[in-house]
Design a protein around this ligand. Sequence first.
Ligand SMILES: [Zn+2]
Length: 97
Amino acid sequence: MTPRLRLLVANWALRLLTGEGVPDAIYSMECMTCGAQSEATDNDAGPAQEWTLSHTGRDPQCRVFKLHAETYWRTEPCQDNPYADIGLRGQPFGAPR
Ligand SMILES: [Zn+2]
């Protein structure tokens, strides 16, 4: 008996997750000197940037920061994908737009 290799190919699309309750992005800033981190805010990097300036004001040794910007993505089966008719399980933010 000859072994056979069966390859299955399916097309998937990657899309930004949108919908009610889904932020465009969640921003926070991390101090690379002491590890302190700002609060996370939805859709506005301003509070994290203001926190950065205040943090340096309190400790002038802290001058290097990392911006964390978190976004949510989903994969969707294309119309020719065998999973096209199967719904999603466990959507964290409700139904997509
Ligand atoms: Zn710091």
